[in-house]
Design a binder for this molecule. Structure first.
Ligand SMILES: N[C@@H](CCC(=O)N[C@@H](CS)C(=O)NCC(=O)O)C(=O)O
Length: 210
């Protein structure tokens, strides 16, 4: 049996959508970041880094959205969540690695400057540069979607599920994301997918109200 550990509205929404898209049975275990549940002794036994998401597969655990989403797509090929062409598949994984290594940390610098610098002035500077960097990453996602239905190739993939996380974070931090027209049109296509709609409603995600 699969068990997904997630927190509503966190980056784990990507894996939550991904697992729902597979159609497989799974157990949902909310780990509420707002209550610091990621730091409890019992959760640290699942992921000693104290982060969500984590996917338990039998008695083994996979962490990192990129790895979880790649695993799910490969384990449930009928759901067609990654392209079969090896180059397109690698581009999907590469884009997810970029989300994890660059896009997510830019948002962290914007919203969690205290984790990167000490003192008000230094933190204000980290925050301001984080905001610029996050916005420029959103613009890059918008450009990737120009004239396209989905992010990579012709088909929907788990990479699309991951890209939705940043749309929600932009709304939450009141960035003018509606100005990014390709990203916004794609977000509406995402909402037409039953699995996406179900998980966003389940997590009470801000995207379903916008
Ligand atoms: N690169 C990781 C990032 C995981 C991560 O940072 N998760 C955040 C939520 S968005 C978290 O659990 N934060 C809790 C904390 O830092 O205490 C992934 O994609 O899975």
């Amino acid at each position: 049996m699969l068990t997904l550990y997630f927190s509503p509205g966190a980056c784990s929404t990507a894996s939550h959508i991904g697992i729902e898209e597979t159609g497989a049975a799974y157990i949902e275990k909310p780990i509420l970041l707002m209550n610091q549940e990621q730091k409890t002794e019992s959760y640290l036994k699942i992921n000693p880094r104290g982060k969500v998401p984590a996917l338990q597969v039998g008695d083994r655990v996979i962490t990192e959205n990129t790895a979880i989403l790649t695993y799910l797509a490969r384990q449930f090929p009928k759901a067609q969540l990654l392209p079969t062409d090896p180059v397109l598949e690698a581009q999907c994984i590469g884009t997810m690695a970029w989300f994890s290594n660059i896009v997510h940390p830019s948002y962290q610098r914007y919203m969690r400057a205290e984790r990167f610098a000490e003192g008000e002035a230094a933190q204000a500077s980290v925050k301001a540069l984080g905001k610029i960097s996050f916005w420029s990453n959103l613009e890059e996602i918008n450009a990737l979607l120009a004239g396209k239905h989905w992010l990579i190739g012709e088909q929907y993939s788990v990479t699309d599920a991951y890209a939705l996380v940043f749309y929600g974070w932009a709304l939450r931090s009141e960035l003018p994301i509606h100005e990014l027209t390709h990203y916004s049109a794609w977000k509406n296509r995402m909402l037409e997918r039953p699995a996406v709609k179900k998980i966003l409603l389940n997590e009470k995600n801000i995207i379903v109200k916008n």
